[in-house]
Design a protein around this ligand. Structure first.
Ligand code: GLC
Length: 425
């Protein structure tokens, strides 16, 4: 069974392989996505190490001079996606979007290094990647934490990677829709519209893109100029974990300055994260920096926080919270608490389970010594795959496969989970 699953997962990766990068899935997402690539490398590494490194090299080679790594790289022309390069107009040599995504590459590079059988190749590739990943991390704390609080904000929901999360509903009210140029959505031609964001949300996504475009994509000013500025604990946890991973790797490779700066960023971020803890909810919450108020929304962002080195007591509380959610969800981890009135089991980030989230939360729980819950998340993930294949995401109650099919990072996570299972056994 395990062998068959690995073979199937590899086929998905090959199907979406475009040589030096993978597309998340044919049709719906025909370009390279930032965190999809970083996480997909964790699948490739088990059967083609050089290819795994290339995935991250290609991504990082499109870094902007300011340090930002864009969320989409439009390598080849394709009319099947909106908004394309003509909407973003970022004036890059190879067209890219103008916003970023969760910076998980630092973590991925450290994992590739750990798993490498070809250590000299790994050292060479990791050494070459470290300065650019480090520059990206510094860009975050410089431009997205202008007051030096230790927490970075996202300025567009797409940056979170959790595009239509319930977390963004309240802060989205501050984003106007007047002046949005007429457009035709393409996503709903590839996937069931009931599984996708609504028209109202799309108008606001596009308003923000047009607004940033009018500011010439100057990333030094966009934070303060955006009506949407939200501190997402899960996003910050990924950044912190990547800084910590880069710190260790840099120390091992004799890159003292990168190690020191990365350690400092991780420590400051970890300490600041605690401000986002909610005793009432028993998890972390998002904070609306524009309105200066907490967003009382029990989403997966506040659980993913265990991916960072948070205190043991907090990790225990997150494991308890997952236990509680597991009473209503057959499959963990739903992207929103099923007992919340806004929960929607099939609509993207408003309820469905995503395997990348399960893998990162499971990894964080294991690091914190929460092995029982960590194992449950891996088991639930494999049960979903066996029942419903390599989908983009799944209904946490019925296991219905939703969104796109033959999904790259879902397949990569299956390979990674099976590898971890072997290690545990
Ligand atoms: C959707 C997801 C995002 C992902 C992208 C490509 O936009 O919300 O997290 O990176 O698809 O798979």
């Amino acid at each position: 069974m395990t062998k068959d699953l690995i073979a199937e997962a590899k086929n998905v990766l090959r199907l979406n392989d475009r040589g030096a990068y993978t597309v998340p899935t044919h049709g719906l997402y025909p370009f390279q996505w930032n965190w999809d690539s970083a996480l997909s490398a964790l699948g490739f590494v088990h059967f083609d190490e050089a290819r795994a490194w290339t995935e991250i090299d290609t991504l990082m080679s499109h870094q902007w001079p300011c340090g930002m790594v864009p969320h989409i790289i439009f390598h080849e022309h394709d009319d099947g996606y909106f908004p394309g390069p003509d909407v973003w107009q970022t004036a890059r040599p190879v067209a890219t979007s103008g916003i970023t995504q969760p910076p998980v590459s630092g973590y991925a590079v450290a994992r590739l290094m750990d798993m490498a059988r070809d250590k000299s190749l790994a050292e060479e590739r990791a050494r070459a990647l470290l300065p650019s990943i480090h520059a990206w991390h510094k860009w975050f704390y410089r431009t997205r934490d202008p007051r030096g609080e230790g927490l970075v904000a996202i300025i567009h929901p797409w940056e979170s990677g959790r595009d239509n999360s319930i977390d963004w509903d309240a802060p989205f009210a501050a984003v106007p829709t007047d002046g949005v140029e007429p457009y035709t959505r393409r996503d709903t031609m590839h996937a069931n519209p009931d599984h996708r964001p609504t028209k109202e949300q799309y108008d606001r996504y596009i308003w923000l893109v047009q607004h940033f475009r009018s500011l010439k994509w100057d990333t030094e000013v966009l934070h303060d100029a955006s009506p949407f500025r939200v501190v997402d604990p899960g996003f910050n946890a990924i950044l912190i974990r990547s800084c910590a991973a880069v710190a260790e790797l840099a120390a091992a490779l004799g890159e003292g300055e990168i190690a020191k700066e990365s350690r400092a960023m991780a420590a400051k971020g970890t300490a600041a994260l605690d401000q986002l803890w909610s005793d009432t909810r028993g998890q972390y919450l998002c904070y609306d920096r524009a309105k200066e108020e907490f967003i009382d929304s029990p989403s997966i962002g506040g659980l993913l926080t265990v991916f960072a080195p948070i205190p043991e007591g907090r990790a225990q509380a997150i494991a308890d919270r997952l236990n509680q959610i597991g009473k209503t969800a057959e499959f963990l981890v739903p992207s929103h608490d099923p007992v919340a009135p806004e929960f929607d089991g099939a609509r993207y980030w408003r309820g469905p389970v995503w395997l990348i989230m399960n893998t990162m939360i499971s990894d964080g729980l294991a690091q914190a010594g929460q092995h029982v819950m960590s194992q449950r998340l891996m088991d639930d993930s494999l049960r979903l795959i066996e029942k419903s294949g390599f989908a983009e995401y799944y209904d946490p109650i019925t296991a219905e496969p939703c969104g796109g099919g033959h999904f790259t990072w879902t397949a990569a996570m299956v390979i990674d989970i099976l590898y971890r299972q072997e290690q545990v056994a």
